[in-house]
Design a binder for this molecule. Structure first.
Ligand code: URA
Length: 235
């Protein structure tokens, strides 16, 4: 990759600002000042800006974050803090979340720069399961598990929800597994049966479970097993 493009991505600045920094002699490669933006950066080059080595990112990256309330899953938003606040990685702005949680939802968020991998999670065709722990404002009705198994109509939608599994822990504390990702789906499903979600926490996406050792705001790379568990489903 050209040095000016590399620096623009790494530093998050425009190519014209990069040109200025290059002219000022602030960029070195393997210890030597380089002023030409067309220099081809190779994987084994050590590029430094103002004395700080810039880490080169090779290959796709995959992380799980324990999302706290108050952060949105978009990677740039002018009004709310985003989950990238927690991610201390080079080129963090290149990561995106594989499916979104609402600002007030906590729990498992998967982040990657591999668009094909995240598509397997988010594509409506793939029916990737997600499990949520749900706090309710009213006691759960006795027939709700059956209604969710059969599918419920959400306000303003044409098709009922796909079969979903409800596990009742206590009358106001339940676990719901869905295999779709419609807008505000869990909240709207409980609204459809006359209840209200007052706490929502995602525990699982596919076969990836939120690591219980992660405190809110902490993240870790996924293991190879976790990455490979997200496969294209057989037809
Ligand atoms: N369903 C919701 O209603 N909100 C979420 O954040 C996730 C699923």
């Amino acid at each position: 990759m050209r040095l000016d493009k590399f620096l623009s991505q790494q530093l998050g600045i425009s190519r014209s600002l990069v040109a200025r920094e290059l002219r000022a002699g602030l960029v070195t490669i393997d210890g030597d000042v380089v002023k030409s933006g067309s220099f081809q950066v190779m994987i084994d080059h050590e590029v430094a800006y103002d004395g700080n080595v810039l880490v080169q990112v090779t290959g796709p990256r995959y992380f799980m974050l324990h999302k706290p309330q108050g952060y949105i899953c978009s990677t740039d938003d002018p009004t709310h803090p985003t989950i990238l606040y927690f991610i201390d990685e080079p080129l963090a702005q290149k990561l995106h979340s594989a499916g979104r949680l609402d600002i007030d939802t906590t729990g498992l968020v998967l982040l990657t720069d591999d668009g094909q991998w995240s598509h397997r999670i988010t594509s409506p065709k793939h029916h990737c399961e997600k499990t949520y722990r749900v706090q309710l404002s009213e006691d759960i009705g006795t027939d709700v598990a059956k209604q969710f198994e059969q599918g419920v109509m959400l306000n303003g939608e044409k098709y009922p929800t796909r079969p979903a599994q409800l596990e009742i822990i206590t009358p106001r504390d339940v676990r719901l597994t869905i295999s779709e990702g419609r807008y505000h789906q869990v909240k709207r499903m409980f609204a459809a049966v006359g209840n209200h979600v007052c706490g929502l926490h995602r525990e699982r996406v596919g076969d990836i479970h939120l690591d219980e050792t992660l405190e809110q705001g902490e993240y870790r790379p996924l293991t190879d097993e976790e990455i490979n568990s997200i496969t294209v489903p057989s037809k």
